[in-house]
Design a protein. Structure first.
Length: 499
């Protein structure tokens, strides 16, 4: 480990955070974009280095001001946070690479510098959640990322984004408040905010009733932020009316970070200290996961707006992630972590394809894309690969995590057949809603209100990042060693806290 490596967890947050005000000061929007993209790519490079160090050396801990926790604030990266750092920084970088072409149609030139500054703050907040080991700092970074996300969603030309953002703001504020109340109750009983120290001190707490209440507040609050069914009502409109590249960024990583906090907090702090909490965790979240898969997939089948269709698909995919976590087993947690990574690839690719499509099709509605694949073959081929990965077709990243999830459910005894049926049925339903789009785009007639003369293939500037994402879906579908290794290590780390 080199002398500067221990500082990387701090740099993961500092680089985008310090670059954000500089983006506003740039005299030209193109310079603001270049600066934001450079900062995001730098954050991605840091994340890649951290993944390598975690694989070779184990966990990395950085003590702020050389004050050891719990008295000081510590930052840390382990296999679980390293995997999601790749997701966050990768999603941000790919979306920013595609941003100039897309945003020139959606965000005024005079506002783009502020837009990129808000983007970098969102990146800093999401990265900060992943590297901090302090429960209150999780809340701080959560609010930084949320407030920035509200700005990004409202920044587009569609005024329907404003009520969508307001609903997101209200639900997000309730979720954050619930989380903070839960953290306050745990702090009242333990006198510490460091997650590792909380776990140790809870063992000495005699009255666990406040801790049970805290667990309830934290779980519900983070479930709201993560859009776990039925607390997902803010998500479809937020994804639908946000600028297209913003949807790429948020759909790939925003909800997964809240799921990360939920799983990490529960396993690190509560699982080993509350009697039968593994049972409570499982039987509270498993039915919600199953309902999320089935109900959201059903709604997606009948949805005509393409972005809303994929938004409802995200609610269903969150169900798969939570189903794996609710098994409370090493295999289930491995599948859950792996699906966070693979779903980010699949959904990011699909939304990038829609960003390309939106350059020629004014309204992203199924009735407006008849025969569009004949004019935009590369765009629609990218959407097909993203859709295949969502379905879980062999050869794509999505197949790997669904295979691991099915394997994990085999240990569930009498529940195994029902859970496997849900997973397979959800995949069949994904075939239906993806095929609806593919059928119209490839075999439909005309393109709705847009004449063929106005439909042309997307520029290379946005096609290149889209197709890199396509190739990554295939690459990690054929050679999944890296995400599988990190997911397995993360699951083993979580399961250690049950013993």
């Amino acid at each position: 480990m080199s002398s500067w490596t221990p500082h990387l967890p701090a740099l993961q947050v500092v680089v985008p955070l310090m670059t954000a005000p500089l983006a506003v000061l740039m005299p030209d929007r193109r310079l603001s974009w270049a600066l934001a993209t450079a900062a995001s790519l730098c954050a991605l490079a840091i994340a890649i280095v951290l993944v390598g160090e975690v694989r070779d050396q184990g966990n990395i801990v950085y003590e702020m001001g050389l004050w050891a926790p719990p008295y000081g604030i510590a930052l840390g990266v382990d296999a679980m946070s390293a995997l999601l750092l790749l997701v966050v920084t990768g999603a941000s970088s790919f979306a920013l690479l595609a941003a100039p072409t897309s945003l020139s149609h959606e965000v005024g030139h005079e506002r783009q510098s502020y837009f990129y500054a808000a983007w970098l703050l969102a990146l800093a907040g999401l990265s900060g959640i992943l590297v901090t080991a302090d429960a209150f700092n999780i809340f701080v970074f959560m609010e930084i990322s949320s407030l920035s996300a509200y700005i990004l969603i409202a920044g587009g030309p569609d005024r329907r984004a404003l009520p969508a953002v307001f609903k997101y703001l209200v639900m997000g504020t309730i979720g954050a408040t619930f989380y903070l109340i839960g953290v306050g109750l745990v702090y009242m009983m333990t006198g510490t905010l460091n997650l590792a120290d909380m776990e140790l001190r809870l063992a000495d707490v005699g009255d666990v009733k406040p801790i049970l209440v805290a667990a309830g507040f934290i779980t519900v609050g983070l479930a709201l932020k993560a859009a776990i069914f039925p607390l997902h009502v803010w998500l479809p409109n937020a994804y639908t009316f946000a600028p297209n590249v913003v949807t790429v960024f948020l759909a790939a990583c925003a909800t997964k970070i809240s799921i990360y906090v939920l799983i990490r907090f529960d396993f690190f702090v509560f699982q080993g200290n509350l009697t039968a909490h593994d049972w409570q965790f499982s039987y509270f979240l498993m039915p919600l996961a199953v309902l999320g898969i089935l109900v959201a997939s059903t709604v997606a089948i009948f949805e005509s707006n393409l972005k809303r269709l994929l938004a409802w698909s995200s609610v269903a995919q969150i169900g798969y992630i939570m189903l794996g976590a609710s098994l409370v087993s090493a295999a289930g947690l491995t599948a859950s972590m792996l699906h966070m990574f693979n779903h980010a690839l699949a959904k990011g690719t699909a939304f990038l394809a829609l960003s390309c499509l939106a350059l020629s099709v004014s309204r992203l509605d199924i009735k407006n894309i008849g025969g569009v694949a004949r004019r935009m073959p590369w765009t629609m081929a990218a959407f097909v690969v993203g859709g295949l990965s969502l379905i879980g077709v062999p050869g794509t990243a999505g197949f790997i995590s669904k295979w691991y999830l099915i394997s994990a459910t085999l240990d569930m005894g009498n529940l195994a057949p029902a859970l496997i049926a849900v997973i397979l049925l959800g995949s069949v339903m994904a075939v239906v809603y993806v095929w609806r789009v593919v059928e119209i785009a490839y075999f439909g007639q005309g393109a709705g209100t847009i004449t063929d003369d106005y439909i042309q293939e997307a520029p290379l500037a946005i096609l290149i990042p889209t197709w890199i994402a396509v190739l990554l879906n295939i690459w990690f579908g054929l050679t999944p060693a890296l995400p599988v290794e990190l997911s397995t290590s993360a699951a083993e780390l979580l399961m250690e806290h049950l013993r």
